[in-house]
Design a protein around this ligand. Sequence first.
Ligand code: SAH
Ligand code: SF4
Ligand code: F3S
Length: 438
Amino acid sequence: MKKVYIETYGCQMNVNDTEVIFAILAKAGYERTEQMEEAHLVMANTCSVRDNAEQRIWGRIEVFNQARKKKPEMLVGIVGCMAERLKDKLLETKKVDLVVGPDAYRSLPRLLEAIRPDSPQIDVLLSREETYADITPVRTDRNGISAFISIMRGCNNVCSYCVVPYTRGAERSRDPHSIVREACDVFQRGYKEVTLLGQNVDSYLWKSPTETVTFANLLARVADISSDLRVRFATSHPKDISDEVIDTMAAYDNICKHIHLPVQSGSSRMLELMRRKYNREWYLERVARIRSVMPECGLTTDVIAGFCTETEEDHRETLSLMEEVGFDWAFMFAYSDRPGTLANRTMQDDVPADVKNRRLNEIIALQNRKSLERYQGWIGKTVTVLVEGPSKRNPEELCGRASNNMMCVFPANGYKPGDYAHVEVTGCTSATLIGKVV
Ligand code: SAH
Ligand code: SF4
Ligand code: F3S
């Protein structure tokens, strides 16, 4: 059997895509390895969302080629979003034998057959239909407790800073029956949690002659599999998250009370330039609605500092929105100009790097303070934790997530991975709840 080694970069969807790739390659006689040196095929599943994500991959291509010096028959492949964006440019380096975009993974066996020393292979066709619905991913999680399930691919929004619609193509939803089947299957194999993935899950829509399934309907169907199976999802879009989705979350104990709701900016002027299709007031209204129905719902977000023309005033509005909402956690980035996007073609990346970084640092400092406050707010309360495994620091302790997605560590007390533990929170850091089983 030949061996394949894959490194995964970027979002959770890429993690799941790597699992699909392993499944496709298994049929072509490739077995998974975690040791690059012993692999016949070495790949990186890549991300293009920010320039530094791509710079990292260029570095990995050098490392792969170093490894190849010791093993000349080794093949090097670049797949995923950067393969889609750069296409032949990757082949021109002569350091890559295979370039495959996110919708072309079914061609991998055929392309691998066709590779010759002087003829690398490429397939970067995007599709309107491909959802890999019939492929059972080879799970790569280490705990056997929590699985990712892609429910849709691509994105139909045109946020002006974002490269994803170009690398992943048009939005398409996956057949709900195949999603429910996959969730049942992982549950039967001992998994206790599924995370439904899409760039904008709220716009999930499946229509057939006999049924129309919205995201809220899909959530309910997956939650109905078993009250012992937890359901999570990401990412929600503020313009599309409906009352129906919020009410469905509230109606099911096993749908986790956590929403990742990227705001990007607190300034309505910036949101307009970003083409996010909501403004500050709309966002705050959605948060108010979520909290009125589910007061304890965890809220996390993404923020971009220093987008085109951003002023100090715009920046202060981002800080004040973060202050007002009080997110549990946030992914925070300095704006990175991406070739081909609307912002790249029509706007000036005019906020100097030092200003971007200063604003980003202010955003991070504010969020760290807020995170600590939010975590401290749970001290004295009891949370239900799905045990994932031993904690990293102390093997006598277990870790797992509360419904609101906060990581929680506590003395094992006979509990094991896959159990639900009721944990009283006795302390915290700004990223972890600390407690004891009650
Ligand atoms: N579909 C999701 C996010 C996809 S990308 C959504 O709509 O929110 C993940 C995050 O990367 C984005 O939320 C954004 O905060 C960030 N991001 C995307 N493009 C970026 C860019 N050009 N520069 C900096 N951050 C960016
Ligand atoms: Fe990018 Fe916007 Fe689509 Fe998210 S919704 S993937 S930010 S274009
Ligand atoms: Fe990156 Fe592609 Fe995901 S650009 S964030 S890997 S969809």
